[in-house]
Design a protein around this ligand. Structure first.
Ligand SMILES: NC(=O)c1ccc[n+]([C@@H]2O[C@H](COP(=O)([O-])OP(=O)(O)OC[C@H]3O[C@@H](n4cnc5c(N)ncnc54)[C@H](OP(=O)(O)O)[C@@H]3O)[C@@H](O)[C@H]2O)c1
Length: 327
C-alpha cells in the first residue's frame, strides 16, 4: 500500500519556489513543513504553498515527526552538512545539485545515509526529464548506431549579479562548473559513462570564481565537447551523434520539452512536455523509492553522484578551481 509522503523544504530561495509549485502537481505527497533562517520568510512561503508548519530554523524542521523526506535547497557549500544533519535525525534527503562541493563531502553524505538506513538522492532532475529518458532509451536500442560524438552546453549571462550572491561568491563555491557545468557533464556521463581522460580549461572572474570552462571528454571511440559559462548565453541544444544518425535535445536541453531524430536524411521532431517545470518527475521518483522502501534511486544512484563528483574534482584540479572553504 502506498502512503502519502510528507515533505519538508529548507532554504526558501529561487529553486525552493519552483520545487514547491511542482510538488503541488504530484500525487502521493504533500508539503508538511518549510524552514528558513528567518521565521517571517518561512511563514510567507508556508502560506503560499499551504505547508502545515513553518520553522525559523532548519533543525526544528528536522525534528518534525510528520516529515519523511527533506528537500535541501540551500547554496552548495551547506549541502553536505545539512544533509548529514537531516539524515542523523532520521530523515530521508533529496539534496540539490551539486551533491556537495567535492568527493570528500559526497562520501560523508553516503556514509550518513548508510549508517542511518535512510533514503538519499541528489536532485539531478534532468535524469527524470521525459525527453532525456527517451533519448537514452533510443541510444540503448541502437537507433543511432554507435555513438561517436556528444555536444552539450549550459550558459547564461550572470556577471551583472551581486558579488555576494551564490554564483559569483567564492565563499559559496560560486562559478559555472558546479552550478551549471554539472549538467553537460551529467549528460556525457549518462550516455557514455565516465571518460578515460579529460581536457579542460577555465577563465576566472575578478571575485576569483571560475567563469567559463570548456571540456573535452575522451572515450575509447567517442568524444564529448562540453561547456559551461556565466559570461554569455549559449544555444543549449544538445546533440548525440552516432554511426547511423543523430539525436537532438531541444533547447534548453536540461529541461527539454522534446527531442529530434535525424536519420536517413530526414528529421523527425517529437514533443514530450514535462509536468510543470519538470521537478515533478524527480519528486515522483522519490515517492516511488520511499514506497518501495528503496534507500536510493536506481535511475540516479549514489554511485552515479559519486562518479559525477569525481569527474568534477578532476576538472577542478586541471583548471585550478578551488574554494576558500576547502583550505
Ligand atoms: N535543479 C535546478 O534546476 C536548480 C536551479 C537553481 C538552483 N539549484 C541549486 O539549488 C541551490 C539553491 O539555489 P537557489 O538559486 O535557489 O539559491 P538562492 O535563491 O540563493 O536560495 C538559497 C537559499 O538558501 C538559504 N541559505 C542558507 N544559507 C545561506 C547563505 N549562506 N547564503 C545565502 N542563502 C543561504 C536561503 O534560504 P533561507 O533564507 O530561507 O534560509 C536562501 O534563500 C543551489 O545549490 C543550486 O545549485 C538547482
Amino acid at each position: 500500500m502506498t502512503k502519502t509522503i510528507g515533505w519538508g523544504i529548507i532554504g526558501l530561495g529561487n529553486i525552493a519556489h519552483s520545487f514547491a509549485k511542482d510538488l503541488e502537481l504530484v500525487n502521493g505527497g504533500r508539503l508538511v513543513g518549510v524552514a528558513s533562517r528567518s521565521l517571517d520568510k518561512a511563514v510567507e512561503f508556508g502560506n503560499l504553498y499551504k505547508a502545515d508548519y513553518q520553522f525559523g530554523s532548519y533543525e526544528e524542521l528536522f525534528r518534525c515527526k510528520e516529515i519523511d523526506v527533506v528537500y535541501i535547497a540551500t547554496p552548495h557549500t551547506s549541502h553536505a552538512e545539512l544533509s548529514v544533519m537531516a539524515m542523523n535525525m532520521g530523515k530521508g534527503v533529496l539534496c540539490e545539485k551539486p551533491f556537495g562541493i567535492n568527493s570528500l563531502e559526497v562520501e560523508k553524505m553516503i556514509a550518513a545515509a548508510e549508517q542511518n538506513g535512510v533514503f538519499l538522492m541528489e536532485a539531478m532532475w534532468s535524469r527524470f526529464n521525459p525527453s532525456i529518458k527517451k533519448v537514452k532509451q533510443l541510444i540503448a536500442e541502437g537507433n543511432i548506431g554507435k555513438v561517436g560524438y556528444l555536444h552539450a552546453d549550459f550558459a547564461f549571462y550572470a556577471l551583472d549579479r551581486s558579488e555576494q550572491g551564490r554564483l559569483l561568491n567564492p565563499a559559496l563555491a560560486g562559478g559555472s562548473l558546479l552550478d551549471i557545468g554539472i549538467y553537460p557533464i551529467f549528460l556525457s556521463y549518462l550516455m557514455l559513462g565516465s571518460p578515460d581522460s579529460i581536457e579542460a580549461i577555465s577563465n576566472f572572474h575578478t571575485t576569483g570564481v571560475e567563469v567559463q570552462t570548456s571540456m573535452i571528454f575522451n572515450y575509447p571511440s567517442a568524444q564529448a565537447l562540453l561547456y559551461s559559462g556565466l559570461n554569455s548565453n549559449s544555444e543549449m541544444k544538445a546533440q548525440i551523434a552516432g554511426s547511423e544518425g543523430s539525436l537532438f535535445l531541444h533547447s534548453r536541453w536540461h529541461q527539454s520539452q522534446g527531442y529530434s531524430l535525424e536519420k536517413d536524411g530526414e528529421l523527425h521532431q517529437f514533443e514530450l512536455p514535462t509536468t510543470g517545470k519538470g521537478y515533478s518527475h524527480e519528486i515522483e521518483e522519490v515517492h516511488h523509492c520511499l514506497n518501495q522502501n528503496q534507500k536510493q534511486s536506481k535511475l540516479w544512484s549514489l554511485e552515479d553522484s559519486r562518479n559525477l563528483m569525481a569527474i568534477m574534482d578532476e576538472i577542478r584540479q586541471k583548471c585550478g578551481i578551488s574554494f576558500p572553504s576547502e583550505v
